[in-house]
Ligand binder design. Structure first.
Ligand code: G6P
Length: 613
């Protein structure tokens, strides 16, 4: 998704901006650009279709290898929403060489504004919604100073935006604003930086101010002034970035996704740290305010998108089974626009790796208006919008996840949500023995995940049987159904093979018609109460000539499947099955994607953090 970097510094900002863009590459984008004011105050702008490296080449070509020089600048990676990916649509956008801006988000009323600006003589050079904002600012500058022009312009905007704006001949002022899209200000020594994500700026600072909804900021080298939505001057806290959460480097791995997959035993340990004793889930695991709130929970509503939605689906099985509390799960983009009924004393849980997903944030705000007992977010990014807007937060502590296809964020979400399940279950009659059983299992979890990862060479071999397939079907039952869904999502995201998931019992109601020798069917079959039922479903597939790939408990002997079709996993305590069985499916999709030569970490058309609707 679009990324913003900006800097007003005592030195040349060119490399600060380019390094910031490189650090944002993981979010997914299709073009990049930057603008720097020259010593004379002229706007020097370069844009390029494709990766940041293409932008660097373009700068090299345009400056005869000298690079751009200037101490104030803004830069952007674009993920197309309005208008195709192209150099013309890439940011920064300018109005008459006088003002220049980068924008994340969507201006919903851009068509009306565009029509109005056209009648006033403005010529549009792109198909983007963003261009209206810079022409509006230009129009207001005819009557007002820079700051007032920005304030007036944004008063016309409907929708979501994070903006950074510079003016020709004005090396001393950078204006930024946020409404619905994240923006942080990095604090340096007589320097300030701007980013849509703190990760973009870690090379220059670890001190950040997170702007709040409706905030505007006037930034000079010596002074930062933040105004709230009513334009009152406000103070916002400076937080120090916790480097323990890890750095964004691939290390010895070929792809971030592989690195993050193999980090899972470590980050699961990190997620459990300080939250469990030998036999108990500790009360302080959920923060000081939690105990009172958890005592009153009578219903749970989970809201999330993508992979995070799948961890919500698994959690529904857990909460209803162990805590006996009704639990609903819905994708945020549906929840936010539906007429919803919230049950009395509902704990609303948002699940999000980034904490910035626009639909999830909007759904949270809507639910809060309807009246909740409390909101909790299960999130991986400290200081993110969901963390700031929720009553309680349960951090997953997985460290930055860069691969667009989520891996370690998913398994740490599940780990954290299992802890929460126990906390709720204890309040609803779970025995000490049952709690101890789950906590003992959680202590074994990193080791079990290691064992599942050790299957990597076997799975790499199997992946060869998938590379020429066009379709696939994933099956599971009970809490393994969402795991089948997550496995299918992984495969389609990075290998572009069409993958569908079904609860295995539903096979006979339609998808069985698809089964033939060209359709691989992947099933997850731990040894649990539903195994026999699942095996009967697989018989139905076999009888129709389908090619089965089964990931099963080592004690299960299924038909006459060979080593390439039956992969054995260690016996796993029932509550941990979803967390362990997703591992081979992550590895399978990774290896298939590598064989197919796709861009594993940044698959086409997708973004890591979807901050627009
Ligand atoms: C995007 C990402 C997915 C992610 C989803 C929800 O689609 O590509 O990997 O699962 O957003 O993101 P969140 O940050 O809210 O978990």
């Amino acid at each position: 998704m679009c990324g913003i970097v900006g800097a007003i510094a005592q030195r040349n900002v060119s490399e600060i901006l380019l390094e910031g863009l490189r650090r944002l590459e993981y979010r997914g984008y299709d073009s990049a650009g930057l603008a720097i004011l020259s010593a004379e105050g002229d706007i020097q702008r370069t844009r390029a279709l494709g990766k940041v490296i293409e932008l660097e080449k373009a700068i090299h070509a345009e400056t005869d290898g000298k690079g751009l020089q200037g101490s104030i600048g803004i830069a952007h990676t674009r993920w197309a929403t309005h208008g195709v990916p192209s150099k013309e649509n890439a940011h920064p956008h300018m109005s008459s060489d006088d003002v220049v801006l980068v924008h994340n988000g969507i201006i919903e009323n851009y068509q009306d504004l565009k029509a109005e600006l056209k009648t006033q003589g403005y010529v549009f050079n792109s198909q983007t919604d963003s261009e209206v904002v810079i022409h509006l600012i230009h129009r207001e500058l005819k009557l007002h100073d820079f700051g007032q022009a920005v304030k007036n312009a944004i008063s016309h905007l409907e929708g979501a935006y994070a903006l950074a704006i510079m003016q020709k001949g004005n090396q001393d002022e950078l204006w930024v604003a946020r409404q619905g899209s994240p923006l942080v200000i990095g604090v340096g020594m007589d320097e300030y930086y701007v980013g849509s994500d703190p990760l973009a700026l870690l090379q220059v600072t670890d001190r950040f101010i997170y702007l709040e909804e409706g905030d505007l900021a006037h930034i000079t080298r010596k002074k930062l002034t933040i105004l709230d939505k009513d334009h009152n001057v406000v103070e916002r806290d400076v937080s120090v970035f916790d480097h323990k959460v890890g750095t964004a480097s691939k290390g010895e791995y070929k792809h971030f996704m592989l690195k993050e997959t193999f980090e899972q035993p470590t980050v699961i340990k990190q997620c459990l740290e300080g939250r469990i004793s030998a036999t108990k889930v500790l009360d302080q695991a959920f923060g000081v305010k939690a105990a009172d709130i958890l005592d009153q929970v009578e219903a749970v509503q989970i809201i999330a998108c993508g992979t995070s939605y799948h961890s919500g689906m698994v959690t529904k099985y857990w909460i209803e089974k162990y805590a006996g509390i009704p639990c609903q799960v819905e994708v945020a983009s549906e929840f936010r626009y539906r007429h919803t009924v919230i049950a009395k004393n509902t704990l609303l849980i948002t699940i999000s790796q980034s904490g910035e997903t626009a639909d999830t944030l909007a759904a949270l705000r809507k639910a809060k208006e309807q009246g909740l007992l409390a909101s909790m977010t299960v999130c991986n990014v400290p200081g993110s919008s969901l963390v700031r807007e929720s009553d309680l937060c349960l951090m997953t502590n997985a460290g930055p996840e860069i691969g667009v296809a989520s891996t370690k964020a998913f398994t740490t979400q599940l780990t954290a949500l299992l802890l929460l399940t126990v906390a709720l279950a204890k309040r609803n009659g779970m025995s000490e023995a049952a709690e101890t059983e789950i906590v003992t299992a959680l202590h074994q979890l990193p080791g079990l995940v290691e064992k599942a990862l050790a299957l990597d060479p076997v799975i790499e071999k199997i992946s060869q049987l998938f590379a020429d397939k066009h379709h696939s079907l994933f099956l599971g039952r009970g809490p393994m159904y969402p795991i089948a869904q997550e496995g299918a999502l992984k495969l389609k995201e990075i290998s572009y093979i069409h993958a569908e998931a079904y609860p295995a019992g539903e096979l006979k109601h339609g998808p069985l018609a698809l089964v033939d020798e060209d359709m691989p069917i992947i099933a997850v079959a731990p040894k649990n109460d539903l195994l026999e039922k699942l095996v009967s479903n697989l018989e139905e597939v076999k009888a129709r000539g389908g090619e089965l790939f089964v990931f099963a408990d080592e004690s299960v002997n299924l038909y006459d499947l060979d080593d390439q079709h039956l992969v054995s996993l260690p016996t796993v305590p029932c509550c941990l099955e979803p967390i362990v069985y997703i591992i081979p499916l992550q590895l399978l999709s990774y290896h298939v994607a590598v064989l197919k030569g796709t861009d594993v970490d940044q698959p086409r058309n997708l973004a890591k953090s979807v901050t627009v609707e």
